[in-house]
Ligand binder design. Structure first.
Ligand code: GLP
Length: 265
């Protein structure tokens, strides 16, 4: 795992935006276009703001880009401000030149959920897989809505949310009683099939989750620890989120060496 410890959440945003732009530029002349995996929550908001700014400055285009979101609540209509459909439209899609027919957020309304999950997996396959998956992380180390205990071999399916996730996400609803109890989420195995993964985390509230995911054993009790199995994972985290890492100094030294190597190449 590449662990990049940065001085501020703004630096995390810039790092993430650079990674996305590198992919978009690499794919610019490829008819397939880039395939991005997207996340919701508070953490990626800075990234989306920065991508919108770079698009407005003419630095990037999303014209051929396809996207797949990690998850969506069950029982929330796409038009609801609490839905992840709405979140993506408001915070990214409506501000850029993306073809909305190439954007995919799991469908959970008026559909058979099992069929919807299978068709979501099928669409990822048809798109040629996800090039870069953006992830946030829950305070208990869940990714997407793969809650503690999620099988490391899981695929897109319905998951019941834990009490902690309901409490953490209550801020997006009028009250905790309105937070849906279930969500359709990409599975851990689905996430592990992405070409590369970029996990973002800010703040001391994520420090334990980061430590357990990076330095603890691989276990379904810490869903993000499964990322240790993937050969191309980068964590871009601020100092408070890195504060419980036993090997923080090592990760900082590794990044200094990487910078030296890239300057001399
Ligand atoms: C939700 C989302 C996750 C996200 C997590 C953390 O549970 N399903 O994808 O990573 O919240 O959100 P935040 O970035 O607001 O801390």
């Amino acid at each position: 795992m590449r662990v990049v410890i940065l001085d501020s959440s703004e630096a995390v945003t810039q790092f993430a935006a650079d990674e996305v732009c590198t992919l978009l530029h690499r794919r610019k002349n490829d008819p397939r276009g880039a395939v991005l995996g997207l996340a919701t929550g508070g953490t990626p908001l800075g990234l989306y703001r920065e991508l919108i700014a770079r698009y407005a400055r003419g630095e990037i285009s999303f014209a051929k880009v396809a996207t797949f979101n990690l998850d969506e609540y069950v029982g929330v209509v796409p038009e609801s401000p609490s839905s992840y459909h709405y979140y993506m439209l408001e915070n990214l899609f409506k501000h850029i030149d993306i073809d909305l027919s190439l954007t995919h957020v799991p469908k959970t309304c008026g559909v058979d959920l099992q069929e919807s999950a299978e068709s979501f997996e099928h669409k990822i396959e048809q798109a040629g897989g996800i090039d870069l998956q953006i992830l946030g992380i829950g305070a208990d180390a869940h990714i997407g809505f793969n809650e503690i205990g999620s099988s490391l071999g899981s695929r897109t399916r319905v998951k019941t949310l834990t009490q902690r996730t309901l409490e953490d996400n209550a801020r997006y609803f009028d009250s905790i009683d309105e937070v849906p109890q279930t969500a359709l989420t990409m599975g851990i195995a689905t996430i592990l099939e992405c070409q590369s993964i970029l996990l973002l985390a800010n703040g001391a509230g994520k420090a334990r989750a980061i430590r357990d995911s990076v330095e603890g054993p691989i276990t379904a009790s810490v869903p993000a620890s499964a990322l240790q199995l993937h050969p191309r994972v980068t964590l871009a985290i601020d100092r408070p989120a890195a504060s419980m890492l036993a090997n923080a100094d090592y990760f900082l030294a590794a990044e200094r060496n990487r910078a030296v190597a890239s300057r001399s190449s």
